[in-house]
Design a protein around this ligand. Structure first.
Ligand SMILES: Nc1ncnc2c1ncn2[C@@H]1O[C@H](COP(=O)(O)OP(=O)(O)O)[C@@H](O)[C@H]1O
Ligand SMILES: [Mg+2]
Length: 720
């Protein structure tokens, strides 16, 4: 390549510059598109110059633009200036430190050269260095050094140094005005902290790398604080600190009993868990998940377990989490990146073995931002969780010592893969007498204390509690009850605080006085015996509820219309019920109906709530029978049970919730499939209930009862 030599200045690639040469050179150049430019004489092998395009020639001047560095391979003609050369390839290895360095230079450029065009956009690091160089006031030797540094990262480092020098000049002036730069000291502090900290090997390596990067970043740049908070965060992780487990079973039992009434099965399971842990400390044990309606003590049990074991307690509510990053964190390349909830909470607990409540695991969402349940799966999997990797922390953290406990209202919405990992412990809801005990033994004292009243100055009468539970709350758990007690106590506390006299006893009247008239918001039992209307029972995530089923018929063409937001299975149940009625008109004592000339409408009010399952079958069958017999069904009875086309009654789920819901609604009798008898017996053993249960194995077992056993009901049920 044809060469020209410039001895009084140095240009770098990417710069445009003009050169002045003699006539002969000009003539030669006018026939070329490129030349090699060197900055000293003579040229020898391995010297570095730049390859330039010739942009324009006018008289003795030529405008050149540098393209890249070249290295001389052979000098062909020293006098005429011909060489053979190679372009220098700039290899750039992308990695953590390099990226950090570039971020640092960019931050400095923005600080020192706020008016330069947008040079921070240049992507390739070597080009970026050369571009920045244009804007710096560099002397000959500095430029020479840049020219002779073909490795792009080394060049960036040089640029970083020059930038800092310029910045320092600016800063001495600021410092003179009394602003002290805490930068270097800060770094020293961090280094000391890392030195002293108890870290895993991986954490130490990563932190040292991060420190290397930090040194190159200007402290006023955002990158500095990002990098710094990462280091701080990582240092604060409890890599090696844990609490000593207290595995004294008796003491644990005492604590559990102190905090929660009854729940014997649940407590037994927890104590077994502790016993296993005591005998075999390395056992992983299964992950417990408490499942039941709101306010039955799922979350607070978790807390008691923590205190029984003398572990730290943390809780993350998973309700509504849709973004996987909320569990697993954001990559640090994001501005504003954060660790996920798991790691963040572990850090807050300052120990690596807390009791960790994954609250409302059934309300975990899912959308385009990834599936949080898959991240959770990793958290819970004993094969993987000893090296859980959060995107932000980016260093595996051992979660295998954490005791995870889930809570849920229903298992139906928990992804199966997660469900597989957990042992479900049902907490179905409380009877009124259980609630009275919970209130008397726990809530009353707790709330008295909370408002600053001594528990002895006030006695909540039992019938007042019962009144409060029956008339003012409508729930499976005791949360609303707890709130109401607190509301009463707050009013009393206010009286006391203003030196007014407060009563010795809380009576029904006190409750009425402080809470006003009882709300009438609840779904209550029917007021009259009615034709075509029956009372069913439903299980819901919030406990149970009664379900009124209405039927009517109008002239038509044999259609069955179903409304009230029923799911497919429930719709099928309705068809089966109707099928049974149509097929057994004689036995049921139904006269003269041409089903092809009527349309039947079956409705389950409260259409906003979706309902499904087969357990409404018997209630629907009863309503239809009543409709066609034109005889009223008794209002005081609630019915649950699946029916088959031949009239057999199959068992259903959620018996305890359903019975409790019936009682709450003021029902006196409940029809229950005979095959569910064991469920009921378990419940009735501990709780004398104010309700009568009627077991039924086939339709004919209950129909007469539902029609108040009147003699002229017209059933020939022997054949049913
Ligand atoms: N069996 C119980 N004994 C004493 N207190 C209880 C019992 N069950 C629930 N509670 C209290 O009721 C309140 C609500 O419980 P919480 O744990 O929040 O319910 P959940 O998580 O099941 O919705 C808490 O103050 C809890 O202590
Ligand atoms: Mg809860």
């Amino acid at each position: 390549m044809y060469t020209i030599i410039i001895e009084d200045n140095i240009y770098l690639p990417l710069h445009k510059f003009s050169v002045k040469t003699d006539k002969y050179k000009m003539i030669t150049m006018s026939q070329l598109s490129e030349v090699a430019v060197f900055f000293h004489k003579p040229i020898s092998v391995d010297d570095i110059g730049i390859r330039c395009t010739i942009k324009a020639i006018s008289g003795p001047h030529a405008i050149l633009e540098g393209i890249c560095r070249i290295r001389t391979k052979e000098v062909l003609d020293e006098i005429e200036g011909f060489i053979e050369q190679d372009d220098i390839q700039e290899l750039y290895e992308r990695n953590f430190i390099n990226d950090g360095l570039i971020q640092g230079v960019k931050a400095l450029v923005r600080l020192i050269l706020p008016n330069a065009p947008d040079i921070t956009r240049v992507k390739e690091p070597g080009q970026f260095a050369d571009t920045v160089a244009q804007y710096l006031n560099l002397d000959y030797s500095e430029k020479l050094k840049l020219l002779n540094t073909p490795d792009s990262i080394s060049r960036i480092k040089l640029i970083f140094g020059y930038l800092n020098k310029q910045n320092q000049k600016g800063r001495t002036q600021t410092a003179a005005k009394g602003v002290v730069n805490p930068f270097l000291e800060d770094i020293k502090n961090l280094e000391e902290k890392i030195e002293k900290a108890q870290l895993s090997d991986e954490a130490r390596i990563t932190l040292n790398k991060e420190m290397d990067k930090l040194k190159y970043i200007h402290p006023s740049s955002p990158e500095y604080s990002v990098s710094r908070s990462y280091i701080e965060f990582t240092l604060d992780m409890p890599w090696n600190s844990s609490t000593q487990d207290d595995l004294d079973i008796e003491k644990a039992q005492k604590i559990l009993d102190e905090d929660h009434f009854n729940l014997k099965e649940v407590k037994d399971r927890i104590l077994e868990f502790l016993a296993v842990k005591k005998l075999n400390p390395s056992s992983k044990g299964s992950i417990l998940c408490f499942c039941g309606p709101p306010g039955v003590g799922k979350t607070s049990l978790g807390k008691s377990i923590a205190s029984a074991m003398a572990r730290k307690y943390i809780r993350v509510s998973l309700g509504g989490i849709r973004d996987e990053a909320e569990i697993r964190g954001h990559r640090r390349t994001y501005i504003g990146a954060m660790p996920g909830r798991i790691i963040k909470e572990i850090q807050r607990s300052k120990t690596k073995n807390p009791v960790f409540i994954l609250d409302e695991i059934d309300k975990l969402g899912k959308d385009f931002r990834g599936d949080p349940s898959s991240a959770l799966l990793e958290v819970l999997d004993p094969e993987q969780n000893f090296s859980f990797k959060d995107n932000y922390l980016d260093i595996p953290f051992d979660l295998s010592n954490v005791m995870f406990i889930g809570t849920a209202n229903t298992t139906e919405t928990i992804p199966l893969t997660l469900l597989d990992r957990m042992e479900i412990i049902e907490i179905p809801g409380y009877t009124d007498s259980e609630k009275i005990n919970i209130a008397k033994l726990y809530l009353v004292n707790k709330k008295a204390k909370a408002v600053g009243l001594s528990k002895d100055t006030l006695i909540f009468q039992e019938d007042a509690l019962e009144f409060l539970i029956r008339e003012y709350t409508m729930e499976a758990g005791v949360r609303e009850l707890e709130r109401k007690i607190e509301a009463i106590y707050r009013k009393l506390a206010r009286k006391k605080a203003s030196d007014k006299e407060i009563p010795e006893y809380i009576t029904k009247d006190t409750v009425h006085e402080y809470l006003g008239p009882a709300p009438r918001h609840r779904q209550l039992a029917l007021e009259h015996d009615s034709i075509g209307i029956s009372t069913g029972l439903a299980w819901t995530p919030a406990g149970g509820d009664i379900l009124i089923i209405e039927t009517t018929s109008v002239p038509g063409s044999g259609k069955l219309e179903l409304t009230g937001n029923m799911g497919n299975i429930m719709q099928e149940s309705a068809r089966i019920a109707l099928g049974f009625v149509k097929g057994h008109t004689q036995e049921l004592g139904i006269e003269d109906i041409d089903f092809s000339k009527i349309d039947i409408h079956l409705h389950v009010p409260a259409g906003a709530i979706s309902k499904d399952g087969p357990s409404g079958g018997l209630a629907m069958l009863s309503a239809l029978t009543s409709l066609f017999k034109k005889m009223p069904l008794r209002k005081d009875t609630a019915i649950t049970g699946e029916v088959t086309l031949s009239g057999r009654i199959l068992p259903v789920g959620g018996i305890k919730e359903k019975i409790l819901a019936g009682i709450r609604a003021g029902i006196s009798y409940i029809v229950i499939p005979e095959k569910n008898e064991p469920d009921c017996e378990k419940l009735l053993k501990d709780n004398p209930l104010n309700i009568e249960i009627i077991y039924a194995d086939k339709v004919s077992d209950v129909l007469p009862f539902l029609f108040r056993n009147i003699t002229d009901a017209g059933f020939s049920y022997n054949s049913l």
